[in-house]
Design a protein around this ligand. Structure first.
Ligand SMILES: Cc1ncc(COP(=O)(O)O)c(C=O)c1O
Length: 388
């Protein structure tokens, strides 16, 4: 990647949204978008707004944009254009793809999910199991919220059809050893179904190196518009029978899984978001987030308890914390009044919250590359003050 932006100040200058007097630690719920993304969306409406396949200029521009978006998505994930599909969001794509994948499965077939998953990678399987008589098992975590690979291995059998797991937890920030997991899933003859939604803003995704059969992510978590993006191996997408209307195109293969008219303006924003990330470069993202995460972990006041990996190794800078006496809701409301945007609750990661016994969930601090050391210092000071 050609790196253009080399300081956090230069990064922030690209975002009008970051000029507000708010410290945004809510990235895991969706990041702010650079102005170039906003302009690309607006520009589509100004100059190319049409449906596809028409014999007129705006329709041709729309067709060209869709092709560019597919090529951009394929390059972003190290896949081919036959393997990338856009949708409303990850959850919608996941319901569609899971149903297509399981069309010829038998009663009693098994699915393994994990306690680290967001419900977007669990409920589609639970609903299928409900309808079709499949069995869903859950791989556990250890005391630091790392995936227990021995337990996962013990759940695999000849009945296992798929293992659904996250690349990173949107609640406690754990990063899973993706390639190691996909290898053991494939040894068991099952599909590796990866939720990369939370990992998306934190590092490069290479579906080949990861060994993914299916991988889902959401551009709105990595500086793009509200959109979902899925990868599926071409051989699988070709073999499955998609839920599609008859006149819709069959090629590129993955487009069979896109229902109805796409949000073309958001595809324009997606292309701009990937261009923005190329200007930043993953080295800056990973180094800067690592530094800020370290600062946060070292400075966390005593009255706060961290749930998850206590160092920056094996995690991203997403921290679930609870206070001795304040509920997460009380704490986040007070922090909100002081200009900090962050979440409380379970963020749909209900399995890990149950596993940790956190009925009210936790406060979630989400660090991304546009955050600053000053914002982290101010947050730590505010956490200290709340603690008194
Ligand atoms: C890890 C993870 N998976 C899935 C989802 C659902 O994504 P979407 O909102 O695109 O359906 C989220 C959203 O927060 C998430 O964090």
């Amino acid at each position: 990647m050609a790196r253009v932006l080399t300081t956090v100040e230069a990064v922030r200058a690209r975002f009008t949204a970051l000029q507000q007097p708010v410290a945004f630690f809510d990235g895991p719920g969706g990041t702010q978008v650079p102005d170039s993304v906003i302009e690309a969306v607006a520009d589509y409406y100004r100059s190319a707004n049409a449906n596809t396949g028409g014999a007129f200029e705006t329709s041709r521009r729309t067709d060209a944009l869709i092709t560019t978006a597919r090529v951009t998505a394929a390059e972003f994930l190290n896949a081919s254009v036959d393997e990338v599909a856009f949708g409303a969001n990850m959850t919608t794509l996941n319901f569609a793809l899971t149903r297509a994948a399981a069309r010829d499965w038998q009663t009693g077939d098994e699915i393994v999910c994990t306690r680290l998953d967001h419900d977007g990678n669990i409920s589609p399987w639970l609903e299928l199991a409900h309808d079709r008589g499949f069995v869903v098992r859950f791989a556990d975590v250890d005391e630091q919220c790392r995936l227990d690979l021995d337990h996962l291995r013990s759940l695999l059998s000849e009945r296992t059809r798929v293992v659904a797991f996250p690349w990173a937890s949107n609640a406690v920030g754990t990063v899973t050893p993706v390639a190691e997991i996909t290898a053991l899933v494939h040894d068991a003859g099952a599909l590796a179904w990866i939720d990369a939604v939370h990992y998306g803003p934190h590092g490069p995704i290479d579906v080949q190196a990861a060994g993914a059969d299916v991988l889902v992510c959401s551009p709105y978590k990595f500086y793009g518009p509200h959109l979902g993006l899925a990868f599926g191996k071409a051989s699988l997408l070709e073999a499955w029978r998609p839920y599609k209307v008859r006149p819709a195109a069959d090629f590129p293969v993955a487009s069979r899984y896109e229902t109805g008219t796409l949000a073309h303006e958001l595809l324009a924003g997606f292309v701009a978001a990937v261009e923005y990330l190329q200007d930043v470069g993953w080295d800056f993202v990973t180094e800067h987030e690592h530094e800020l995460g370290q600062q946060f972990l070292e400075g966390l006041p005593e009255a706060w308890r961290l749930h998850g990996v206590p160092t920056m190794d094996g995690r991203v800078g997403t921290f679930a914390i609870t206070h001795d006496t304040l509920t997460p809701q009380e704490a986040s409301a007070r922090l909100g009044e002081r200009g900090f945007a962050l979440w409380d609750g379970n963020y749909y990661a209900i399995e890990i919250m149950r596993r940790l016994g956190l009925e009210d969930g936790a406060v979630r601090v989400g660090i991304v590359h546009y955050n600053t050391a000053d914002e982290v210092s101010r947050l730590l000071a505010a956490l200290e003050q709340l603690a008194r």
